[in-house]
Each structure stands twice: as C-alpha cells, then as structure tokens.
Design a protein around this ligand. Structure first.
Ligand code: 8Y7
Length: 256
C-alpha cells in the first residue's frame, strides 16, 4: 500500500491545483514502482497534528481520487470522517482506511452500503494526545481484544470478513517497547482470521532505534516491513514503495 498524502506540508505550497497535480504524479509513480493499493489521505494523523474540516479534507482528496479513476490498482481513502468516506466511495475509492476503526457514528453503515473494503486500526487516545502517556497491561492482548470487537461490530453491520483487514496501529498511543512487542507478536493478530496490515514506514519508533531523522529512515522502514511480512502481515503501508517491493520480492523468491 503506497502512501499519498495530500496535505499542504507534503507537497508544494503553490496552491491547491498544483498540490493535486503533484499528488497525482506521485500516485502514478508509486503504481509504477509496484504499489498494489494507493492510500490517499487529506488529514495528517502524525502525533500532535491538528484536525482539518470536512470541507478542507474533501477539497484535498476528491480531485486526486477522481484523477485515479481507471488506475490499475484500487484506491483507499485514509479518513475517519463518515462524510469523507461517503464522498470518496462515490468518487471511486474501493477501501476505507480508518485509524478510528469505524467507531464514528454512521461510518459502519457507509462502508456497508458502499460495498468497499475496510482496514480497522487500533489506537489509544487521539492523535493530539496519544503519545503523552500510553499505558497497557499487555499491549498485544489488549490490541487483539479491541480488534476482535471491531471485527464483530463490522460483521454485524453486514460487512463480510472478506472485506476486512486489521492493523495494530504502530505509533498510535504506543511507546517504543509497545511497538516492538506488537511487531514481535504480529502473528497473534493473524489468529483473528483476517489479513493484517502493518504501517511502520518512516515512523518515529524507527528513528528511536536508529538515531536517524525522518528523511533517513528508508532502510529501517524496509527492514521493518520485511519483519512484519515474515510475522504474517499481508499488506504493508509504505512511502518508499520501490525499495519495499524489492525487499519483498527477495523474501517471496526464498519462500516460494
Ligand atoms: C497508519 C495509518 C498512518 C498505520 C494504517 C504515518 C493513516 C502516520 N499510519 N493507517 N495511517 N496504519 N492503517 O506516519 O500504521 O504514516 S498516518
């Protein structure tokens, strides 16, 4: 899953039209590099980020999703807002990537009616506050229990298992020790019976391990993606698609 952020800090600040063109060009490049899914997001969810309005988020992502109509890979909309999910599905998105795991009112119904896939992610707290003091008795069993509950709620809303993926939410209300525990035991999430998605790309946990700033975490991200796949992840969310695809090709060749 290749990451396409449509936020003012991610592409040139030369106005919204240029921002859309840059995002579309980036998306096409990620397809050429081997992305199987594109994840389009209009709201930064990095720790400490401020929320944006529904209208602003729509203005950012819809032209990009529309521009990808007919693309050879499915488009995922990265949002927690039901209004954005609905409009993105109408514009052609085939998956909803919700860091809030469809807990917002109406989100379940919109995904059910839209007949699209969904990724249910765990987080503790909100992006504004989540890294202040994450606490768990046992992070692996608590994340697993939360995801089990959200799978049940999602299925109860009429969304079949074949449409659901789950994600432990690396960095979302977790210390380095919590993140490492989750990665070490990622296979535990496989027991829930749906594909696991892992997002470790360029995250601060990799900075904490390597001492590298965010612009120098490609190798660490590729290593983390490979470990996630070895421990059962079916989808990895990545900025550096070419490097990640190459690493996974080597893994696949060995594991034929
Ligand atoms: C994840 C994510 C982000 C992740 C899923 C970042 C939107 C922060 N991280 N979605 N989104 N999983 N499913 O650093 O780990 O990319 S945003």
């Amino acid at each position: 899953m290749g990451i396409v952020n449509v936020t003012p800090d991610s592409f040139s600040d030369g106005g919204q039209h240029l921002q859309h063109a840059a995002a579309l060009a980036h998306a096409q490049q990620l397809i050429a590099e081997g992305a199987d899914i594109l994840d389009i997001g209009g709201e930064s969810t990095r720790p400490g980020a401020q929320p944006v309005s529904v209208q602003e988020e729509l203005d950012r992502v819809l032209p990009v999703i529309e521009g990808l109509r007919g693309a050879p890979v499915p488009v995922s909309i990265d949002t927690c807002k039901p209004e954005v999910m609905q409009a993105a599905i109408a514009a052609g998105a085939q998956m909803v990537n919700d860091i809030n795991a469809l807990q917002e009112d109406a989100a379940l119904q919109i995904v059910a009616a839209g007949n699209v896939a969904v990724c249910l992610m765990h987080k503790q707290g909100s992006p504004q506050t989540m890294q202040t003091q994450p606490q768990y008795q046992n992070v692996v069993s608590e994340v697993s229990a939360f995801l089990r509950g959200r799978i049940a709620a999602t299925e109860a809303a009429g969304i079949g298992r074949e449409r659901i993926a789950i994600d432990p939410g690396f960095g979302f209300g977790k210390t380095l020790a919590h993140n490492l525990d989750l990665l070490r035991h990622l296979d535990k999430l496989r027991e829930l019976g749906v594909p696991v998605l892992a997002g470790l790309s360029r995250k601060s946990m990799l900075g904490a391990i390597t001492g590298q700033d965010v612009d120098h975490r490609v190798s660490a991200s590729v290593a983390a993606a490979l470990i996630a796949v070895q421990r059962g992840a079916s989808i990895v969310r990545a900025h550096d698609v070419r490097e990640t695809v190459d690493a996974l090709k080597v893994w696949s060749a060995v594991n034929q």
